[in-house]
Design a protein around this ligand. Structure first.
Ligand SMILES: [Zn+2]
Length: 272
C-alpha cells in the first residue's frame, strides 16, 4: 500500500481524490466513475478514514489487502488509510487538519466523498458516512486558508461532489458507467469479505446493480453513478450540456474495440 511515508505519494498530485469512511465506500460510490476518469486520462487517489474494524465480515488485515486490490482495479492509488475509528467518526478540528494536509499534498481538482446529511434513516446514512462528508468539506475549506500552516502551500479544490445519496434524492448529475460496469463489479468483488461473504445476509451485488440501473435510467443509459453538488454547477456555454449524447455517438464510431458494449448502452436509451 502506498502510504504517506512514500515520498512519491507526498509529491504526486491527482485530478481526483475519492474519500470513503470504510474500506469499500469509494468502490460502491465511485467504482465506475474512477476507472472511466482514469481511461479519460485523469489521475485518481483514494483515501479511507477508518480500517473498517467494526464490519461484520473480515478483519483489519483482510480489509487492508482488499482495499489495496480494489484501488488497483480502479486504476487509483491508495494513498492513505486513517485510523479514525469505525463507528466512532465525528467531525473534529484535529481530523480536519490531517485531511487538509493530505489535500495540500495531493492537490486534487475534484474531491468525492459521502453525502454529509442524514435524511433517510439508516438506509445509506451510516453515521460514519455523514461524518466523513462533514470532515471532508471542512478540510477542503481549511486547505485553502493561507493562515492554516502545516508546512504545505494552500490548495483550492475546484469541486466537491457527494456519493451515497439518501434514498429518493435526485442527483445533481449522473455519469454513464456502462462501459466500466464490469470493472466496477470486479472492484466490489475485491472486497470479498463484504460482497462475497456467505456469512453475510443479502445479495449485495444485486443491490449494487439495482443502484446503477436506477441512476442509468435517470441518465438514459444502462448503468450510471449519481452525484450531488451543494454548489450549482457553473458552465460557460449552455450547449456544453447537450454534448454528452453526441460524444457517446462519436465514441461509437471511433472505438470499435468496445463498440458492442456501447451499442448495448444505447439500446437502453428510451429516447424520450
Ligand atoms: Zn461505509
Amino acid at each position: 500500500m502506498a502510504k504517506k511515508a512514500n515520498k512519491d505519494s507526498d509529491t504526486k498530485s491527482y485530478d481526483i481524490l475519492a474519500i470513503g469512511a470504510h474500506p469499500d465506500d469509494v468502490e460502491v460510490g465511485c467504482g465506475g466513475l474512477i476507472p472511466k476518469s482514469v481511461a479519460q486520462g485523469y489521475t485518481a487517489a483514494v483515501a479511507v478514514f477508518t480500517k473498517g474494524e467494526m464490519g461484520t465480515g473480515g478483519t483489519v488485515e483482510i480489509r487492508e489487502k482488499e482495499t489495496a486490490k480494489a484501488a488497483k482495479i480502479l486504476g487509483a492509488d491508495l494513498i492513505e488509510v486513517y485510523d479514525f475509528g469505525d463507528t466512532q467518526l465525528v467531525d473534529t478540528y484535529e481530523k480536519r487538519m490531517k485531511v487538509a494536509e493530505l489535500i495540500r499534498q495531493v492537490k486534487p481538482k475534484i474531491v468525492l466523498c459521502p453525502y454529509p446529511q442524514n435524511t433517510s434513516g439508516r438506509a445509506q446514512c451510516h453515521p460514519d458516512h455523514i461524518a466523513t462528508g462533514e470532515i471532508t468539506i471542512n478540510a477542503v475549506g481549511l486547505a485553502r486558508l493561507a493562515k492554516f500552516d502545516c508546512g504545505l502551500a494552500p490548495h483550492h479544490v475546484d469541486r466537491v461532489f457527494h456519493y451515497f445519496l439518501p434514498t429518493g434524492m435526485a442527483p445533481s448529475f449522473v455519469v454513464d458507467i456502462t462501459d466500466y460496469f464490469d470493472t466496477w463489479k470486479k472492484s466490489l468483488k475485491a472486497h470479498a469479505s463484504q460482497f462475497q461473504n456467505p456469512d453475510k445476509e443479502g445479495d449485495y451485488m444485486f443491490y449494487m446493480e439495482t443502484m446503477a440501473r436506477t441512476y442509468g435510467q435517470m441518465g438514459r443509459c444502462k448503468y450510471a453513478q449519481g452525484y450531488f453538488a451543494f454548489e450549482p454547477l457553473m458552465i460557460n456555454d449552455i450547449m456544453d450540456l447537450t454534448v454528452v449524447k453526441d460524444t457517446v455517438i462519436k465514441r461509437h464510431s471511433i472505438n470499435k474495440k468496445d463498440s458492442a458494449n456501447k451499442k448495448e448502452s444505447r439500446r437502453h436509451d428510451p429516447g424520450y
